[in-house]
Design a binder for this molecule. Structure first.
Ligand code: PLP
Length: 401
């Protein structure tokens, strides 16, 4: 019997990419080495320039740097005041550390479903009685922030780790909620090597987040809230500030983002136009007016049921398509499925109503897991490559959906 896979045209062109770190990064790093200033206990010039650039990019009053996105998220949840008495509502379709930060911050996750046909938290699924909502703009697709804000009176923390430069309804992501958090790890749309940024319009959130992981020098220079001043000499003892080398690189990489986003946007348009012409049952999520996506693997949604997602994924990789897998199903991981294991890692859990989630209780999440294909879109001009991707993707879907 002929192998049906053999009729699928593979992508032959190499994945188009430019050199990521250029002369600006080299110069910025060399300057810090020459000064012998790789760490600042206060808000030194390199840290300040990086934070100011993120505040400007998100249109927020404050940006606070951290050594990881996870640390920024933990500080944000602490800053908005989560407790063991009420959980943090979130979609399970996110990176695992964005789930476990609820536990690091002394609370616990309350899983809520993904909106059908989307990859983001369903505003209609936000439970009453949660203490905060953590919203991931998954793979750069802006969550429906207006509907989410209308669905709860609790603070919302945005996880913008895939969504640097993205907007929802004409407003930058990271400026909608009580706080926005950006990972700056190597593969994210803006890299510091490792790092994180918290953005907020709320001075109190900024200062409370600062007490978590910053040095007393910085607390002494910046704390103003009467009830936080008592923490000036100690902070809370985590050490999660950003090294200056990372801040310098984050700043130059943030400047390079707009040109990369323009190229990616035009490559995605080539792809979706070509897919529409072939009639393939797949497309990028349609964004609300005034919205701009971020670039961290672009989710394409298959509009028909997929019976065997693993076989489809194998066919996509065999055709050399630039796809990556969705996250593991964390709901079935030992840590989240076994309450004894989770309680032994996070003893405060015994003071919460935590029960292990039922993976079948989230049909929107399960649908997204089966019907989403993550495609890495090049951030340099690549029209010919995108046409090969469209042809191979169409053929794979024809055989496997
Ligand atoms: C990468 C990532 C994080 C964590 O960021 P780190 O910088 O790796 O700590 C959090 N949430 C999401 C959605 C991420 O992709």
């Amino acid at each position: 019997m002929p192998d049906p896979g053999s009729t699928i045209p593979a992508v032959t062109l190499p994945f188009p990419r430019a050199v990521k770190y250029g002369p600006d990064d080299h110069a910025a790093v060399a300057a810090l080495l020459d000064q012998g200033r790789l760490s600042d206990t206060g808000r030194g010039p390199t840290i300040a320039a990086c934070e100011d650039a993120f505040a400007a990019a998100t249109g927020t009053w404050h940006a606070l740097s951290f050594n990881s996105g996870t640390a920024a998220l933990q500080a944000a949840l602490h800053a908005v005041g989560v407790t063991p008495d009420a959980g943090v509502a979130m979609s399970p379709l996110t990176w695992i550390s964005a789930i476990l930060v609820a536990l690091h911050a002394g609370s616990y996750p309350v899983f809520s479903d993904v909106e059908p046909g989307s990859v983001n938290l369903d505003p209609a699924a936000v439970p009453a009685g949660c203490g905060a909502v953590l919203v991931t703009h998954a793979w750069g697709t802006p969550a429906r922030m207006d509907a989410l804000l209308a669905a709860t009176d609790q603070p919302i923390v945005e996880d913008c780790s895939h969504a640097h430069g993205a907007r929802y309804a004409d407003r930058p992501l990271g400026s909608w909620g009580a706080a926005g958090c950006f990972s700056l790890m190597e593969r994210k749309p803006v890299s510091a090597g490792e790092g994180g940024i918290l953005t907020t319009n709320d001075r109190r959130v900024y200062e409370r987040a600062m007490t978590v992981g910053h040095h007393p020098h910085r607390l002494a220079a910046e704390l103003t809230q009467p009830d936080l001043l008592a923490l000036t000499s100690t902070g809370l003892g985590y050490k999660t500030r950003m090294p200056t080398l990372a801040a310098a690189i984050a700043h130059t990489q943030l400047r390079a983002l707009p040109a990369r986003a323009v190229a990616a946007e035009s490559n995605l348009a080539e792809l979706t136009t070509a897919l529409a012409a072939t009639g393939a049952p797949i497309g990028a999520p349609v964004l609300a007016p005034g919205s701009v996506r971020g670039w961290y693997g672009t989710p394409l949604i298959i509009s028909e049921p997929v019976t065997d997602p693993d076989t489809l994924y194998d066919a996509l990789t065999a055709a050399r398509l630039p796809v990556r897998r969705l996250y593991d199903d964390w709901l079935t991981s030992p840590l989240l499925a076994d309450p004894a294991l989770l309680r032994s890692a996070f003893p405060h859990l015994r003071h919460t109503p935590w029960t292990a989630p039922d993976p079948h209780a989230f049909p929107g999440y399960q649908q997204a897991r089966r019907q989403t294909v993550l495609v890495k879109i090049p951030d340099v001009p690549a029209a010919d490559y995108m046409h090969q991707v469209a042809a191979a993707l169409t053929a794979c879907l024809h055989h496997h959906v």
